[in-house]
Design a protein around this ligand. Structure first.
Ligand code: 5CA
Length: 450
């Protein structure tokens, strides 16, 4: 993309309505525009990152054997009356009437709808196990929408639902989701710690939230500091392997780590004092096992091997896809702007032309642009007729992890400069070597964007 032809409405001033850094930077970097309280338009660069995150979630869900599908955003109230949640959900549910005076609603989650689909089509234990998921817009009429995309009213969420014959199978699905989530967040450059939590309006007793530690997080968390030493890394996972998933589950959930809802002071005090941490976190996902709560309410049964009908064991599993943009920025920025991890960056590499109109500089930039593009990467070429300082400030603000700077003086010596946004370190390289280095950096981060 050439910046001169892109739509990147960056703001020079700090917007007064933004209280936390991620919200401020998303507005300043021209990623989102508020449409009404807690509802945003995703401008091109914000949309690009949203898609990158979404694609990582898809890749990791499919790797775990989960099946993508899509359900509607507007649902009839009937199913929700059947489950009893139409009244229970309260004011967070946006209720709508259609022209026939039917009660409709904008989906805050989709346990009822998916259970209805499964009860209609799944009749035998032979059709199980089954996990389907969607990535879809949700609406919750939050009392206090705030912090930009962190607590929106309209937000983008991955919601997945497992259907199993037995509790044991459903607990494997739970563990499998935990493992796939650990992998998902790590690919986004995040450490998200599974913490024992409360299930709220979804229901059930087994639930973990995934929290990214950040001062601006809305949840108070209590943990043994050694949980932060755990890293998922590059493990070879067989998602059908019950023991392997259970072992990873145990590894990541045995140490004390709880949200304030489930915090137990006596248990916490068993952790050595110098390891006891009280901090704040951003909830970027949650997994639930709730047994037969919805299948009982909606009559979702299958015939078991013994010929008898039995209720399906279920769980649901969410990732806050749009909230993740805020969480990533909270975890990765400096005074000058965002620092995107390679896995989610909107463009792989910036190209800054220090002297637009200079024949050698223009030609070298065009060559770099072409070579990176041909290698399947997306460079952002700042080809505007602007001062170098302004170009650098924009690049720092929008946070591309790598920048190639091209100027007539360097070119006389046959070099351009490759700079890391994270460390600020630069090296002078021949243009072809700079291209090769950028290609190598992204070898393991091939997520296709828009
Ligand atoms: N049905 C279950 C799992 S699919 C469910 O709805 N879980 S949830 O309520 O925990 O939501 C899943 C994730 O969506 C949360 O972990 C959080 O990251 C994100 N989320 C929830 N509410 C909001 C909101 N108002 N704004 C942005 N993200 C949100």
């Amino acid at each position: 993309m050439r910046l001169s032809r892109y739509f990147l409405p960056v703001l020079k001033e700090n917007p007064s309505e933004a209280q936390i850094v991620s919200h401020r930077l998303m507005l300043r970097a021209g990623m989102i525009k508020q449409s009404s309280a807690g509802i945003y338009s995703w401008l091109p660069m914000g949309f690009k990152v949203l898609r990158k995150i979404e694609n990582i979630v898809h890749e990791e869900q499919m790797r775990a054997g989960h099946i993508p599908m899509q359900m509607p955003t507007i649902q009839s109230a009937d199913l929700w009356r059947e489950s009893g949640r139409y009244d229970d959900y309260g004011e967070e549910m946006l209720r709508i009437k259609d022209r026939h005076d039917h009660d409709m609603l904008f989906t805050p989650t989709a346990e009822e709808l998916i259970t209805d689909i499964v009860r209609s089509h799944v009749k035998s234990y032979k059709d199980l196990p089954l996990t389907m998921y969607q990535i879809q817009w949700k609406f919750r009429d939050e009392r206090r929408p705030r912090f930009g995309v962190m607590r929106g009213r309209e937000f983008y969420m991955k919601d997945g639902y497992n259907f199993d014959l037995t509790k044991e199978d459903a607990l494997h699905a739970y563990n499998r989701h935990l493992v796939s989530y650990l992998r998902t967040y790590e690919r986004m450059g995040l450490q998200a710690i599974p913490m024992r939590a409360d299930s709220g309006p979804i229901g059930g007793d087994d639930t973990h939230e995934f929290l990214v530690l950040a001062e601006t997080g809305e949840s108070e968390v209590f943990y043994d500091s050694t949980v932060t030493d755990l890293s998922f890394g590059d493990r070879d996972i067989d998602y059908d392997n019950v023991e392997q998933c259970a072992a990873i589950m145990e590894e990541f959930t045995t140490k004390y780590a709880r949200t304030d809802e489930t915090h137990d002071e006596a248990l916490f005090n068993e952790v050595p004092e110098d390891r006891r941490k009280v901090a704040r976190g951003i909830e970027v996902g949650q997994i639930f096992y709730f047994g037969t709560k919805y299948s009982d309410a909606l009559g979702a049964t299958v015939q078991g091997a013994d010929g008898k009908n039995q209720a399906l064991h279920m769980g649901s599993h969410g990732i806050g896809v749009s909230r993740l943009l805020g969480a990533i920025i909270e975890a990765s920025h400096d005074d000058n702007g965002i620092i995107w991890p390679e896995g989610v960056t909107p463009f792989h590499c910036g190209i800054v032309n220090l002297k637009q109109g200079d024949e050698a500089a223009d030609g070298a930039c065009e060559d770099l642009y072409k070579q990176l593009t041909n290698a399947g990467l997306e460079p952002l070429y700042d080809d505007r007729n602007e001062r170098a300082g302004g170009k650098f400030a924009t690049m720092d603000l929008i946070g591309l992890p790598w920048r190639i700077t091209v100027g007539p003086r360097g070119l006389k010596n046959g070099v351009v400069e490759l700079t890391s946004r994270r460390t600020g370190e630069s090296e002078e390289l021949a243009p072809a070597d700079a291209v090769a280095k950028v290609i190598a950096i992204y070898e393991n981060h091939r997520v296709v964007g828009l």
